[in-house]
Design a protein around this ligand. Sequence first.
Ligand code: ZN
Length: 453
Amino acid sequence: MADAQTAFHAAEALLPDGWAHDVRISVADGMVVRIETDAAPQATDQRLAILLPGMPNLHSHAFQRGMAGLAETRGRGDDDFWGWREVMYRFVARLTPDHLYAIAALAYAEMLEAGFTRVGEFHYLHHDRDGAAFADPAEMSAAIAAAAGEAGIALTHLPVFYAHAGFGGTAPGAGQRRFVHDLDGFARLMERLRDTLATLPDAVLGLAPHSLRAVTPEELASLVPLTGGPIHIHVAEQVREVADCLAWSGQRPVEWLLAKLPVDRRWCFVHATHMTPAETAEMAARGVVAGLCPITEANLGDGLFPAADFLAAGGRWGIGSDSNVLIDMAEELRLFEYGQRLATRSRTVLAPPGASCGATLFAGALAGGAQALGASAGLAIGAPADFVTLDPDHPSLAGRAGDALLDGLIFAARRGAVDGVWRRGGQVVAQGRHVDRARNVARYRAALAEIIE
Ligand code: ZN
């Protein structure tokens, strides 16, 4: 992407220690090799105004971008997550590897446009349409990796182990046949993925037991040693899931995981919406990242995460676009805070006294997202040169500096404040648009025409 050696000069930049002025960043082979502050620009520098580190998107199901907005017609009775899941199963039944590639490439381009520079792909669509394994067990993962490589987003790949329809090891249903593995098959997939991801810069391989519904305790114990990387699991998203877990084990899902497994900082509990105060405190103490997906959780009617208690206990968290019904980094952060405001009838709930809410949200999601994806956080020597610029002429940023820029970005600006995005020092978004947007959209539209007849 980038030339072997290049340098950028930003009037203002958010560095790991805070805002700095006249920041010169030297990049070699895609990596940051030098950062100078209060430095004069040099003639060959690329001149930038307001520079932020790229944000990790810790939870995505890329293919679901293709069904965004298709599950908004009300059925006969009450509509909830389980009704949405039936629509998703019908959509997923038709996808080929080429369709997945086309949809994921657009989703990843849109993530970059939103200011995300790494995605955690929680990938459970493994097999062919009839449920048979592909000759290459990583065929669908390869489509994800190719889409990430083409769009230019860093990938933390989280292949999902999925074996059962419900608690207690019940047999999977027909709608789940493209997802399921036995342990030997999953171990072969993990082995193959080391090759599949080998040529993708900065790729990280973890794994993801889908949920306590889909995996038995014995299977979980066998999965953990298969990776030294991140481990993600959907947990406590739905009240029915909590009730079913209690009926099965006598414990709630988060309580069960914390009691039975060596859960630590490598783990990300995705959603963790329904927790008691004791679960909340213990999850924070163990250093587990809460994978929060506020737009999707609102869309699915999941509920609200106990954020104030979790943050007060020092809990780590990040944001994910999950169903990709709407891909927008600033809106994820805004909705996270606004949900808490509505629930508590107060303001600036997630910021400590005296602190900017926008800056607190941005820093929290950056650090927790990087931890959850096994990546470095922020602009630092030795890290990939992944960064975002804001449009200094955007009206919602006028007259702002430092943390007030983040408050403007998150609470006041519509899309358009994110101006440029660079990955490994190469520009992938200019004037708010991915450099390959037209081609991505055309290919996506052709795929959707085949899938939705
Ligand atoms: Zn999910």
